[in-house]
Design a protein around this ligand. Structure first.
Ligand SMILES: CCCCCCCCCCCCCCCCCCCCCCCC(=O)SCCNC(=O)CCNC(=O)[C@H](O)C(C)(C)COP(=O)(O)OP(=O)(O)OC[C@H]1O[C@@H](n2cnc3c(N)ncnc32)[C@H](O)[C@@H]1OP(=O)(O)O
Ligand SMILES: NC(=O)C1=CN([C@@H]2O[C@H](COP(=O)(O)OP(=O)(O)OC[C@H]3O[C@@H](n4cnc5c(N)ncnc54)[C@H](OP(=O)(O)O)[C@@H]3O)[C@@H](O)[C@H]2O)C=CC1
Length: 515
């Protein structure tokens, strides 16, 4: 019997960010392993014209929740969506809902965040810092609360090379930042943002670090733990391999490479690709929830959920495996054949950007114009290159994260819990995982049918032929121009032609003699 699964039985659990990538997998696992839990409260806002109920309905009816419905047929009754906007004061939660949350909640999993790298400091602080502060305030008024689990990121201290499971202070206090953002206007905030974030690459990592400081400062008597996952990727095993539903992290770039748009990235092949499957993060999160509530550690423990020090894989190996997977699992309607490369030379990257990204986009747009259609490839390519440039920081460096607390927790689990809530990344086979990831991107993100694979292969063959034809035509045109202008090119040309002629004559003569 799993102690962790039993612990969540009968509990009222509050999850923020439940509609996000991590939140959905967390809910799924909770319902599947502890179907007797009392209720999961989720703080949701209406989005993209969908009401709260429609959003919940869509999640529960997705492929991800198929197994849950078998073990917990009344899952609809156990999920309670509460209207909330984490950007508003008191999260805009109604009085009645707030009362229910305060009096009933046993465990909080705080997953909500803005994960955008280009968010304004104001918005990132609002969500990643102020909302965390408000949630902690709410938590302090919950008499039945047993544990508060805050999801941060392993990159909150990416300005350091070696990172321990401790909270590192930022130079400016979060409270001072929150206060000053109230009266500073947006243009001044934009101006001071680079100074504030210092040697961090974006507002995301900076505000996640501030969020951790807030957790430390406002923890009071609460039982708190912080989890720091690295780059969260598709599921490894549960509820099935390869599930992913957003473009964050590597997923978007896998699509761009598989569809032949992305041909070259400025990356360091030997740098560690610290990916961690989302189900591993969820298993650790649930184990931490149990441990924090039951063992009540004296101080706030931080758990690194990373792969680099236990089972490292570098970007070179990962890129190579992704490319190899496209052979078996081609994506439909590719723009060009997938053939990406990593380079760490900044001049080479400029060259490849011009030749492999901008030039084909311009040629394709020219073709679209010729055929009376609206050009779109240049715009798409520019957006892709902007995205790539934002992710580059993370593929050109390696970090070392110590994992003492995570390993300690692993040793505290019973063999059954180690199996049901497995977060031992040493058991991960990267080749298998990446192949499933590429397949998952095809199935769950691109929503392509597996029956279309033969046609996708045919399409890639046609693209290869077009590629050869184009290169031959280009060569002949350049050569013809050279011959028209240079005596040396003409001499070389006559030499080649006469050599071929002599060779053919010799071949014909020798075959006539043999006959
Ligand atoms: C040796 C052989 C080599 C072979 C090479 C093979 C290549 C194979 C691929 C290689 C993979 C390499 C992967 C590197 C990935 C590194 C990731 C590092 C991430 C570090 C994570 C830190 C951990 C965290 O804690 S945070 C969680 C992660 N957060 C994110 O990933 C958010 C990143 N996204 C953003 O900040 C924004 O989306 C932004 C700024 C990139 C773009 O914003 P924009 O305003 O332009 O609009 P959007 O509406 O958001 O999207 C526009 C456009 O871009 C598409 N898109 C979005 N995200 C991605 C993405 N990650 N990759 C690709 N494309 C993306 C989106 O769909 C839109 O497309 P449209 O067509 O315009 O609709
Ligand atoms: N993905 C990754 O690679 C990594 C993620 N993390 C951390 O994990 C956590 C979850 O990330 P992930 O699931 O990937 O992110 P997602 O972007 O997929 O999910 C973010 C969640 O936050 C919610 N949210 C955002 N703004 C608001 C708001 N104003 N009011 C209410 N809810 C809001 C979103 O709701 P809505 O659906 O309405 O937008 C969504 O449910 C974050 O704390 C992140 O920092 C850490 C390391 C890596």
């Amino acid at each position: 019997m799993s102690m962790i699964a039993a612990f969540y039985g009968g509990k009222s659990i509050l999850i923020t960010g439940a509609t996000g990538f991590l939140g959905k997998v967390l809910m799924e696992k909770l319902f599947r392993t502890s179907p007797d839990l009392k209720v999961i409260y989720i703080l949701v806002r209406p989005k993209a014209g969908q009401t709260l109920q429609q959003r919940v309905f869509q999640i529960l009816n997705s492929k991800l929740f198929e197994k849950v419905k078998e073990v917990c047929p009344n899952v609809h009754e156990k999920i309670r969506a509460i209207y909330a906007d984490l950007n508003q004061s008191d999260f805009a939660i109604s009085k009645e809902d707030m009362q229910e949350l305060l009096s009933c909640t046993n465990i909080i999993f705080h997953c909500a965040a803005t994960v955008r790298f280009d968010d304004s400091l104001r918005h990132a602080v609002q969500l990643n810092v102020t909302a965390t502060q408000q949630l902690l305030l709410m938590a302090s008024q919950m008499p039945k609360l047993e544990a508060f689990i805050h999801i941060s990121t392993a990159f909150s201290n990416c300005n350091l090379k070696h990172i321990d499971e401790v909270i590192y202070p930022c130079p400016v206090e979060p409270k001072k930042i929150i206060d000053s953002l109230e009266w500073l206007d947006d243009s001044i905030i934009d101006e001071i943002t680079p100074k504030l974030i210092g040697d961090r690459p974006n507002t995301y990592t900076y505000t996640k670090a501030l969020g951790e400081m807030v957790v430390q400062q406002e923890s009071g008597n609460l039982n708190i733990a912080i989890i720091r996952p690295s780059i969260v990727g598709a599921t490894w095993q549960e509820p099935f391999p390869g599930w992913v539903d957003n473009l964050n992290g590597p997923s978007g770039l896998i699509i761009a490479a598989g569809k032949g748009f992305l041909r070259s990235i400025k990356a360091t092949p030997m740098a560690v690709a610290d990916l961690i499957p989302v189900d591993t993060v969820v298993n650790l999160t649930l184990a931490v929830g149990w441990y924090t509530a039951v063992h009540r550690p004296k101080s706030t423990l931080i758990y690194h959920c990373t792969s680099g020090n236990l089972n490292p894989c570098n970007w070179g190996k990962m890129g190579f495996t992704i490319l190899a997977s496209f052979e078996k699992i081609p994506y439909e309607r590719a723009f060009r054949r997938p053939n990406a490369d990593f380079t760490s030379n900044k001049f080479m990257i400029q060259y490849w950007n011009a030749v492999s990204h901008h030039a084909p986009a311009i040629i394709y747009d020219f073709y679209l114009r010729l055929t009376g259609r609206k050009p779109r490839m240049t715009k798409l390519m520019n957006r892709l290159l902007r995205t790539v440039s934002m992710l580059e920081y993370f593929v050109n460096r390696s970090w070392e994260w110590s994992t003492d607390n995570t390993e300690m927790l692993m040793s505290e689990l019973s063999p059954e819990d180690q199996r049901v809530f497995n977060f031992d990344v040493r058991q991960l086979n990267w080749l298998e995982y990446i192949e499933n990831y590429v397949l998952g991107v095809k199935k769950y993100l691109l929503k392509e049918d597996m029956a279309g694979i033969p046609e996708a292969r045919q399409h890639l063959k046609r693209l290869r032929n077009i590629h050869y034809l184009f290169n031959t035509a280009l060569f002949l045109i350049v050569w013809r121009l050279l011959i028209a202008r240079s005596q040396m090119a003409r001499n070389v040309w006559f030499f080649i032609v006469s050599f071929c002629y002599k060779f053919l004559s010799y071949f014909r003569a020798s075959s006539t003699l043999k006959a």
